[in-house]
Design a binder for this molecule. Sequence first.
Ligand SMILES: C[S@@+](CC[C@H](N)C(=O)[O-])C[C@H]1O[C@@H](n2cnc3c(N)ncnc32)[C@H](O)[C@@H]1O
Length: 376
Amino acid sequence: MKTELTLHERTLSLHRFPKRSNETLQAWDAGDEYLINHVEELALPPQQHVLILNDHCGALSCWFSKQHKVTMMSDSFISHQATKANLLANHADEVRLLSTYDAIPDNVDLVLVQLPKSNRHLVWQLHQLRQSLPESVAVIAVNKAKEIHTSTLKLFEKHLGQTKTSLAWKKHRLVFSQANATSVPQVSPYTRWQVDQHDFWLNNLPNVYSGESLDLGARFMLEHLPKDLGDKKVIDLGCGNGVLSVKLGQLNPNIQLTCVDESFMSIESASKNLTEALGNNREFRCVANNCLDGFSAAQADLVVCNPPFHQQQAITDHIAWQMFCDAKHVLNNGGQLLVIGNRHLGYDGKLTRLFGKTNVKTVAANKKFVILQATK
Ligand SMILES: C[S@@+](CC[C@H](N)C(=O)[O-])C[C@H]1O[C@@H](n2cnc3c(N)ncnc32)[C@H](O)[C@@H]1O
């Protein structure tokens, strides 16, 4: 797997985060290369303020920080960590890191965008750019050509301004736009809906997983959460909007809750939802993190987890495995990990390998999902 990106007689050494010896995924894509090649041809004067949105692992930040002042905005804690590590490894200049919920910085000269996965997140970013950028600032976005639909370009036209596209290169396409749309539709940061059959509402920032409606797996899990936990210490690993924590908190008024997610918007949404459902006097922690990195051993009695099956842009099951290993590490002896997953994902095999066959049992199953409990 390549870790060196060479363009224009310059080489960057780039790794994903966390760095893994058996990594199969590259830390940049042809979209990064297309953007770099295009901007190099523009021959910008030095020390421009380049705003980069959604840099995956920091390839763009490393490249452009050599000659320019760079601000990078991303909702992903993992992208922030990858960017920091790659900047350090390439002796690159400092880059200002912000989340995509922060305000667009002032005095930007050029905006480069790796298109985000969800349209809601894209609309939020375009809306933010339209509110803050002068018309003269070019916005150049990139994605796989097959991901840039007519509807994607319509979102650009509606929320940002005039838009055109480039020819495809290595299956990627550039989108050129500028902030000159005449009418600017209101875009609210939160969607809010009630969890039917359960007594609470959820607020969801634009990049929250299943932010438009309840995830089917989560719905099934809600019916099987324990209600006899006393003052136990509970971790919601990959909490998203905090749906599982809110229910656990309602069922168990004395538990000590910690929510963990790699999405800053998820952490913000979970915190808002817990306060709204449980009141201002309940204490809980919401932490942006990669799985349970840095958590000490034997500190929790229950970990609940609805694992992701993709990380940033890549489909992978190594996160689920990392989550299960980390959960085992942080659990006290006798502590339990409660996991929901699609039947076909085979989490029972992974949990058996880690916890031993006799310590893994099925709590509930339906046609699509299975809930498993592993005891340390
Ligand atoms: C399937 S969603 C579950 C969300 C919520 N718990 C639910 O049941 O609807 C998985 C969550 O894991 C988060 N996630 C992905 N990779 C992660 C990582 N390395 N560390 C922590 N959280 C991660 C995602 O942002 C997402 O919110």
